[in-house]
Structure formats: C-alpha cells, structure tokens
Design a protein around this ligand. Structure first.
Ligand SMILES: [Zn+2]
Length: 180
C-alpha cells in the first residue's frame, strides 16, 4: 500500500463510494505503524512522522507532530491530543489515501492570543475553540474533494466536524460529536 504511487491513491480516492466510507477499516486494526504527513499551507513547512509502531507510541514522532501542528503565528507548542492523530489516520484510510499522503494543514494548535485575534477578525472562530485545547485541526486532502472529506469525517462520528467550503478546509476535532 505504501508504495502505491500518487496516481494510485488518487484513483482509489475518486473511486470511493459511500459504502467504502462507512465500512469499518480492517486496515486500521492490522496497521504495523501509524504515520501522518502535513504541509502547512501558510509556511509550506512539511512533516511526515511515524508516531506509533509495534503497538506503542513513538516519542520522536509525537514530538515532530506536536511541533508541526504548533501555533505557527506564535510558535507555541503543546502536546496535541493523540486521539486526534488516530482520527486523522483513520480518516485518511477511509478515504483510500496512502499513509504518506500529506494533509494540507490550515490550522492546528492555537494559542489563546492567536485565537482571540482570529475571533476579533471573524465571528466564525469560537472563543473556546478546540484548537486551543490541542484537539482540532483544519485540513484538506489534496486530490480528494472537500465534500468527500467532510462526509467521511461525519461518518466516523469521532467528534466535531465543520465544513468551510469557501475557505477550502474541514475542521475535525475530538470534542463532542457535532457538526456545522
Ligand atoms: Zn477549526
């Protein structure tokens, strides 16, 4: 699977139907390692980290992800919710994308300062955002329609899902199951 080329996983993603999205991921249970890759759309920074392998978390991989998902405006780093990493891996698996396929990262952790500034600018940013708890990301998956990403996230019932088609991202968090 990992050696599948870009065209291969894109084809898989486009061929994906609703039943595939809803099917439990058998691949998840048997996965020898869990990895996540991101490209920060603001800074163009790229990370590709293996944060779990041989049945346990990998401290180096976790640190790399925490750093990659930091508040890029202030450089504040917090330990992100590990459940959020797993949620994103399962989302990517359910979408049929390869384990090296990078998510576009629009937003990860947000410091109170950044969140307050964004809230000032846009009423759409909550004052008590899951981003401030390290439990949320705003993402897209290149090559996969945004609506497909949203539908797959909704089907997982893993937390909050927000759809922002005009801004080109889906918000995914590990808070209460809800959607907007
Ligand atoms: Zn968000």
């Amino acid at each position: 699977m990992q050696m599948m080329d870009r065209r291969g996983w894109l084809t898989g993603a486009f061929a994906l139907g609703a039943s595939a999205i809803l099917a439990p991921s058998a691949a998840w249970a048997n996965m020898p390692e869990r990895r996540l890759a991101f490209r920060n759309v603001h800074t163009n920074e790229r990370i590709d980290a293996r944060y779990w392998r041989a049945g346990d978390f990998d401290a180096d991989g976790l640190a790399e992800l925490d750093h990659g998902l930091r508040d890029w405006r202030t450089n504040d780093v917090v330990p992100m919710d590990r459940g959020l990493f797993d949620l994103l891996v399962r989302l990517r698996e359910n979408l049929g994308a390869s384990s090296r396929a990078p998510f576009d990262l629009i937003s990860g952790y947000r410091s109170p300062r950044t969140n307050a500034a964004l809230h000032e600018r846009s009423g759409g940013v909550a004052t008590k955002s899951q981003h401030m708890l390290g439990k949320a990301t705003d993402i897209a998956l290149p090559g996969v329609r945004l609506e497909t990403v949203r539908n797959a996230a909704l089907a997982m019932q893993g937390g909050g899902v927000g759809y922002y088609p005009r801004d080109g991202f889906v918000h995914v968090d590990t808070g209460r199951v809800r959607s907007w």
